[in-house]
Design a binder for this molecule. Structure first.
Ligand code: ADP
Ligand code: MG
Length: 226
């Protein structure tokens, strides 16, 4: 009974999300149609900026769809035992170019021992990407993002991602993870929601600590696998 209630709740959430997402996709589509119309009409101008906007709008649609699929698709997840450090290192390699462009250094402080967790590596990678990208996005003048791992109690490994951005007020902290909550012009407000869901599926949890104008720390707790 309880399970059924939970399932129908999930369906409602997905339904509401779908409506929101349809709306979110309509805006970039309208923009794209406009540009194509201009090209069709043979309007002269600096097309390089058009193409830039077109690409960025298409990317935006892609991101929205990818994030939505994680939430909506009943996934047959394949969990394996993996070392968290390996997944983190692969994630940092993926983000290295972007960090370099934005003048940001990654400072890692990993425990020597392996931290084995039972996980879907690609999904965990998605969480790390989402949270580290958010860190990069709040440091427009560069700086360093710290990525730390430590043992937390007998049960958990804790992965911390620490930025030197503008921080988040206590009021705003409550809104993190709500669908479409974003303070960015070109944000989707889905990254954290997806991340929270994935970590929940891994029987872990996320804590956020923040000081306005000083920075924010995301702590991701995952149960150890021995
Ligand atoms: P998006 O990045 O598309 O806005 P997210 O779900 O990733 O969506 O994040 C939601 C909001 O949470 C962001 O718009 C921002 O206001 C806030 N946020 C997330 N991470 C940080 C951070 N490291 N520092 C400050 N604010 C953050
Ligand atoms: Mg984000």
């Amino acid at each position: 009974m309880q399970e059924q209630i939970r399932k129908s709740d999930t369906l409602n959430v997905v339904g509401e999300l779908a409506a929101g997402i349809a709306h979110e996709i309509r805006n970039p589509m309208t923009a794209l149609k406009g540009f194509i119309q201009l090209l069709e009409d043979g309007v002269k101008g600096d097309f390089s900026t058009y193409f830039h906007v077109i690409t960025s709008e298409i990317k935006r649609i892609e991101t929205i769809i990818t994030e939505f699929l994680v939430l909506a698709k009943p996934q047959a997840l394949k969990f394996f035992k993996q070392d968290v450090h390996t997944i983190l290192k692969e994630t940092l390699e993926l983000l290295a170019a972007q960090a370099l462009l934005e003048n940001i250094q990654f400072e890692t402080n990993f425990e020597e021992e392996e931290f084995t967790v039972f996980c879907e590596a690609n999904q965990l990678k998605q969480v790390f990407i989402n949270i580290i990208k958010n860190a990069l996005e709040v440091m427009p003048d560069g700086g360093s993002v710290r990525i730390k791992t430590r043992r937390f109690s007998e049960k958990y490994v804790c992965i911390s991602i620490i930025d030197q951005g503008m921080g988040i007020s206590t009021e705003m902290l409550k809104k993190l993870g709500e669908p479409f909550y974003t303070t960015k012009d070109r944000g989707t407000g889905l990254g954290l929601m997806v991340s929270y869901k994935i970590i929940e599926e891994h029987k872990g949890y996320i804590e956020v600590e923040s000081k306005v104008e000083k920075g924010t720390s995301f702590h991701i707790y995952l149960p150890f696998e021995s």
